[in-house]
Design a protein around this ligand. Structure first.
Ligand SMILES: [Zn+2]
Length: 339
């Protein structure tokens, strides 16, 4: 046994028991973008036993200023983030058990993996997924740590089922502009500050020190040097559809019919076939290369058309970059994939 974790063990908040506890725990990181990358790296370095990382996207050049697990090689190769994250994390710590899933985080799939999880870390970029996480947390009694950032501001809140209010309960306290998909850009310090709050909370929970958990909604702006912590404990409602006395878990029960989705803050529409289908990439490459430059790796194939860029994943999902219009994306999809 080397002294790898000696500084954490010396830290009274964790200690030897806390460290031993961390090493038996399993964390879900939902989204491997900026917040997800930062959380995954911190938890892996801290010695958390097992991580499941879910992400549906691939590395792009515009990610590199803040998505700390990726570099130029991954952007050039258009590597799926979940795959690239696992590779980097295993280089940091070879004994970490890491499951990387390149897919949409649907309620159905999350319910399959929920029973083995000890914590849910929000690395997503939209409230549709956060409400699914919120219901999942309540139904399976798993703590989760909400985090969001944009521009130079960020926020974090820890939800412990049965003790704290949930995301539904505190929603009125969350600034309205954060709930929309429009982004005003973002700088890395806002990400790192948000992640620092999220991962400190995760370390408290996973090392068994729940008495240290922050009960307030934390909000800050690293550019304007503002920092607030809002008391939201009293907002917990018995009538809440997620954490109340008769929960409906509507976000888990809701039919997963989002076959077409405009991706948050991006000029992109995702199309998901009704049943997962796998394409013959060799055939697709031949077909699409008549229309534009094709690039592929073991996980996806992309084609640069004159006005759009198509990306096809192994699970059958197609991203149409260059439009926010669902009808337009659908027409492009039908032209190149169904004809
Ligand atoms: Zn609630």
């Amino acid at each position: 046994m080397n002294d790898r974790y000696s500084r954490q063990i010396l830290f009274p908040g964790i200690g030897p028991d806390g460290q031993a506890s961390l090493q038996t725990k399993h964390a879900l990181i939902l989204g491997a973008g900026a917040l997800g990358s930062a959380a995954a790296e911190t938890l892996v370095r801290a010695g958390v036993g097992e991580l499941t990382i879910i992400d549906r996207d691939y590395v792009e050049w515009s990610n590199l200023p803040r998505q700390q697990l990726y570099g130029e090689k991954e952007a050039e190769a258009k590597m799926p983030k979940a795959v690239a994250a696992k590779e980097r994390l295993q280089a940091i710590r070879s004994d970490a058990v890491i499951h990387s899933l390149v897919m949409d985080a649907t309620a159905e799939k999350l319910e399959d993996i929920a029973p083995g999880l000890d914590i849910l870390i929000d690395g997503s970029d939209n409230f549709d997924i956060r409400f699914i996480l919120n219901d999942l947390s309540q139904k399976y009694r798993i703590p989760w740590v909400f985090g969001a950032c944009a521009g130079s501001y960020g926020m974090s809140f820890t939800i412990i089922p049965g003790e704290t209010p949930c995301l539904q309960c505190i929603l009125p306290a969350i600034p309205a502009f954060s709930v929309t998909c429009e982004t005003d850009g973002v700088i890395a310090p806002a990400v790192q500050m948000t992640s620092a709050y999220q991962t400190a909370e995760a370390l408290k929970i996973l090392s068994g020190r729940t008495e240290a958990v922050q009960t307030k909604l934390t909000l800050f702006d690293v550019w304007k040097n503002q920092h607030h912590a809002i008391q939201v404990g009293k907002t917990k409602k018995d009538t809440c559809p997620s954490c109340g006395t008769s929960p409906a878990y509507a976000h888990l029960a809701g039919a997963d019919d989002t076959k077409m989705a405009v991706l948050c803050g991006r000029d992109t529409v995702q199309i998901r076939p009704e049943t997962s289908r796998s394409y013959d990439f060799t055939y697709l490459e031949t077909k699409l290369s008549r229309h534009g430059r094709v690039q592929k790796n073991p996980y996806l194939l992309s084609c640069a058309l004159p006005d759009y860029r198509l990306v096809v994943f192994r699970d059958g999902r197609v991203l149409v970059h260059g439009t926010k219009k669902v009808e337009q994306a659908k027409a492009i999809y039908e032209k190149y994939f169904l004809s």
